[in-house]
Design a protein around this ligand. Structure first.
Ligand code: NAD
Length: 253
């Protein structure tokens, strides 16, 4: 590919774990130029000056909305890996994109292809089982719980159960030490473990009388996220509006 057609990429959170890995992946990818590596103390005007047309954000939930808004208002496509997007936040992004028909925002709770498949398999299995619970396990430097992936998995599992007319997962608990039964996401219990030595792991446990099915995914290195990040950077310019998740990019829907 010629230099003229290379995608100009800027990375926000470039000094962080995921941002740093993304800079390496963009540097190594064909047809991409890494034109900006910005972190906490760099002004967003540097992004404008760099000519970045696609901005990748791996920062923190408390600042990411400002970044997405800046991208939309400044005509830059955004690929967002930062956690913390609920329906309310997504609605804000949709609102900002209204009247900006050429800009794409791709918000991806998990860039790992194995994790995307885990969520899909869990949604497929959910209607066949009486019980379902999710355990997510991460390194102790993660600031949000439950993980965006666990939250999303719970939502799609709950939707699949609801569509199939499944009642609530049985649970006779009447007394509880606060938090013992985990978070309740759309009626699905989600348990968060934070442990040194781990990276990103998740189990979806499904149970019926006489059998259980466990769907487990492990990211053992941040490299596992990079094929998804690179695919998202390539795709976002051709996808105006808001896209959530990697499924459409991977041709899964
Ligand atoms: P990290 O703490 O290592 O990196 C975050 C970086 O953002 C830091 O360098 C920090 O200085 C920087 N930052 C903070 N505020 C900023 C600002 N206003 N402008 C620019 N930079 C700023 O965290 P991490 O492990 O790299 O994770 C980053 C985010 O990505 C988290 O929300 C995490 O949950 C999420 N994550 C997503 C995926 C996925 O596949 N979608 C995978 C792993 C992590």
């Amino acid at each position: 590919m010629t230099e003229q057609t290379a995608i100009r990429v800027g990375v926000l959170g470039a000094a962080g774990r995921m941002g740093g890995q993304t800079c390496e992946a963009v540097d190594a990818a064909d047809g991409m130029d890494l034109v900006a590596r910005l972190d906490r103390d760099d002004g967003l005007d540097l992004l404008a000056e760099s000519g970045a047309e696609v901005v990748v954000d791996f920062t923190q939930p408390d600042v990411v909305m400002d970044h997405v808004r800046w991208c939309v208002e400044n005509g830059r496509h955004a690929v967002v890996g930062t956690s913390g997007f609920d329906e309310e936040r997504l609605d804000h992004v949709r609102e900002w994109l209204r009247g900006v028909p050429d800009v794409g925002v791709l918000i991806v709770p998990n860039f790992s292809i194995g994790a995307v498949l885990m969520t899909r398999f869990a949604a497929e299995a959910a209607r066949f089982f009486e019980s379902v619970e999710i355990i997510e396990l991460h390194h102790p430097d993660k600031v949000d719980a439950p993980s965006g992936t666990a939250h999303r998995t719970a939502e799609v599992v709950a939707a699949a159960r609801s569509a199939a007319g499944r009642p609530a997962t049985p649970d006779a608990t009447t007394t509880e030490v606060g938090g013992a039964r985990g978070a309740n996401v759309d009626g699905v219990r989600v348990h968060s473990v934070r442990l040194r030595g781990l990276l990103a792991h998740q189990e979806v446990l499904l149970g019926a009388r006489g059998e259980t099915l466990t769907i487990r995914h492990d990211s053992t290195h941040r490299e596992s996220f990079m094929p998804g990040v690179v695919a998202a950077i390539r795709a976002v310019r051709g996808r105006p509006g808001l896209t959530v998740g990697l499924d459409q990019i991977l041709g899964l829907t």
